[in-house]
Design a protein around this ligand. Structure first.
Ligand code: NAD
Length: 417
């Protein structure tokens, strides 16, 4: 995914901007701009037809000052170690902004899952977990779902790790099925957090969320939930997309029906008829109040940012806006609620899942959703307040909070030995 844009450079530019506001020590800045640990593995899998093929995967742990590392596992053909490092860095700031006791990590495997059978996917997952077994664990580094992975993949991770340990270790991974120690509300948590942030941003901007027009890029875990919850709150979702294409109806799309009848099927949402069929580039420039980029990184760039009509952008995806585009949005008065705040709902609920697993004591969905919304709103108002104090954009404000908390923890702990 980073083949078209250097997302690690983008993450480092964002850090450098926050470091200036914090007058961050040069040595500390150097430490925070690099991952603590990065493991690259190449591993074989026997395919269903008997052939052996080799896959490349990564697990990058960025920072452990505030606790064990936490971050998703991505299966996608375009991943690389640089992008995985950038995503691990963003996880560090995200956990610090939400004030949950983790550092950031990320994992990826370079694979097109559409070309694998379920059995092949299981074998790939089990072998990858075995290869990174020595650096993950419920007290050390806890993976979770991301693009191309889901609760079933998390279940295989838990089982594989447990087989090596000799006993069941549910806390080694989050985003598991409920039956295996997953948390109520986890599947919806990221999209739910995106919607809470959009609602908070609307309140501040004097906009009415429930009468707004919304465009969502990506109709996977994050995008489909954000679209469904927006629709449930009365908003009109006029455009959505997946990797195959986008659909538009200025009067609104029936999100629940699209989710139940079209998403995840062969033709995807493109099979739906009562709409205009457009491409993903056009989708981002549609007339709307709120844009929720919830697919992949570097989608809003200097090229298309001037044509974006939304007044509010809430980043469901990680890194969808490039620094050039950020500057254009800032000049044009478009408020961007940054990824490290807007999509933190997933890791916050993962934190709840981990706590429940460690205690073997499980909460009801209502309790999970209430606690999640409270943390999201609290984080939102802290970032908004910092934005006003420093007269800066929201991403920089969130970075200032995140980097400051990590820097303070590092200084308090001291440099070993
Ligand atoms: P997913 O695999 O469930 O869905 C991804 C969606 O994006 C799919 O609809 C896919 O068709 C679409 N897509 C892929 N390539 C595209 C392209 N080129 N153009 C348009 N659409 C495209 O993944 P997800 O878990 O929903 O993650 C989406 C984004 O949210 C990622 O950036 C991920 O890092 C971020 N995120 C996810 C979580 C989580 O809990 N799942 C948490 C925080 C952030």
């Amino acid at each position: 995914m980073s083949s078209h844009f250097d997302v690690l450079e983008m993450a480092r530019q964002q850090l450098a901007k926050a470091a200036k506001y914090l007058d961050l020590d040069e040595g500390l800045h150097m430490v925070l701009s690099r991952p603590k640990r990065a493991l690259i593995v190449n591993f074989p899998v026997v395919l269903d037809n008997g052939e052996v093929t080799c896959f490349e995967g990564y697990r990058v742990q960025h920072n452990t000052s505030r606790g064990p590392t936490k971050g998703g596992l991505r299966y996608h053909p375009d991943v690389d170690v640089h992008e995985t490092t950038a995503l691990a860095m963003w996880m560090t700031w995200k956990c610090a902004v939400a004030n949950i006791p983790y550092g950031g990590a990320k994992g990826s495997v370079k694979v097109d899952t559409k070309k694998l059978s379920k059995r092949e996917l299981e074998k790939l997952t089990r072998r990858f977990v075995t290869e990174i077994n020595m650096i993950i664990g419920e007290r050390g580094d806890i993976p979770a779902p991301d693009i191309g992975t889901n609760p079933q993949v998390m279940a295989w991770i838990m089982d594989t790790f447990s087989m090596h340990a000799g006993y069941t270790v549910p806390g080694v991974v989050t985003g598991k099925p409920i039956e295996l120690g997953g948390s109520e509300g986890r599947v919806e948590a990221t999209g739910r957090g995106v919607v809470v942030c959009a609602q908070e941003a609307c309140k501040s901007a004097g906009m009415d969320f429930s009468s707004s027009k919304i465009v969502v890029q990506g109709f996977g875990n994050v995008g489909s939930v954000a679209a469904r919850l927006s629709e449930e709150d009365g908003a009109t979702v006029v455009g959505i997309s997946d990797a195959r294409g986008a659909i538009y109806n200025p009067k609104g799309l029936p999100i629940r029906e699209l989710y139940e009848r079209y998403a995840g099927r062969d033709g995807g949402i493109s099979e739906y008829k009562d709409c205009e069929h457009i491409d993903n580039a056009t989708l981002l420039e549609l007339p709307c109040d709120i844009l929720m980029p919830s697919a992949i990184s570097a989608q809003l760039t200097a090229q298309n940012a001037p044509n974006v009509k939304a007044k509010l952008i809430v980043e469901g995806a990680n890194g969808p806006t490039t620094p050039d585009a950020d500057a254009i949005f800032s000049d044009n008065g478009v408020l961007v609620v940054p990824d490290i705040l807007a999509n933190a709902g997933g890791v916050v609920c993962s934190y709840f899942e981990w706590v429940q697993d460690l205690q073997n004591f499980f909460w009801e969905e209502n309790e999970v959703n209430t606690k999640l919304a409270r943390i999201m709103r609290h984080s939102y108002s802290a970032v908004e307040a910092t934005m006003k104090v420093h007269k800066t954009d929201m991403r920089t404000a969130a970075m200032i909070i995140g980097v400051k908390r990590v820097a303070e923890a590092t200084i308090m702990r001291g440099i070993y030995p």
